[in-house]
Design a protein around this ligand. Structure first.
Ligand code: 5GP
Ligand code: MG
Length: 185
């Protein structure tokens, strides 16, 4: 008999309560599926993965361990969110230390909500003439999308709710869980 790990149904982060919405096993299954798609598409292309800090750090770690082809990884940072409400503000892309000219770039994001952050990031990176830009997002909120952006790889679509866990935070807390949780109050 395999040992059963106990699933935590509720999560308290600061003043809020969250309920489990995507268990670890489902996340890992979808991460593997996306990793296989990327492996198939990027074989022989020497891709450069650009995970977006902080939210994508756990997703990127799991995803990249399932992609067995030669590739490089370089983390970038930018933020548009405070608390549970989008501020609509876009901050600059910082920390890009690789020359992406002529490279097949794969942006690795935690979640696409309005799509504004990703649209801005694609615009910024395009200025440096990469061979291609692909977008890989752990989560997409299709009902929240405000701009048209290409999303080549997506692990899971979710409703328009606020979630935490598996790298995603609420005011800096709640990133360190294996499952994903949805705000209930
Ligand atoms: P967008 O520009 O697409 O509206 O927002 C993207 C960013 O907002 C994400 O990279 C993420 O940091 C944050 N975000 C959007 N929705 C959520 C959510 O439900 N939970 C958390 N923790 N962050 C979110
Ligand atoms: Mg993000």
């Amino acid at each position: 008999m395999p040992k059963k790990t106990k699933i935590m149904e509720k999560l308290h982060v600061l003043d809020k309560t969250f309920a489990i919405s995507i268990p670890e096993a489902e996340i890992q299954k979808q991460v593997k599926r996306v990793a296989d798609e990327i492996t198939r598409d990027m074989e022989g292309k020497n891709p450069l993965f650009l995970p977006v800090l902080n939210g994508a750090f756990i997703f990127a770690a799991d995803l990249l361990r399932q992609i067995p082809i030669p590739c490089e990884v370089s983390f970038i940072k930018l933020a548009s969110y405070q608390g549970t409400q989008s501020t609509g503000q876009i901050r600059e892309v910082i920390g890009l230390q690789k020359d992406i000219t002529g490279r097949h770039v794969v942006i690795v994001e935690d979640i696409i909500d309005s799509g504004m952050t990703m649209a801005h990031m694609i615009e910024t990176l395009e200025l440096q003439n990469p061979a291609s830009i692909s977008v890989c997002s752990l989560l997409v909120k299709p009902d929240a999308l405000k701009v048209e952006i290409p999303i080549h790889y997506r692990a899971m679509d979710i409703p328009n709710d606020f979630i935490v866990g598996y790298g995603l935070d609420y005011d800096g807390y709640g990133r360190n869980t294996k499952d994903i949780y949805t705000l209930t109050n």
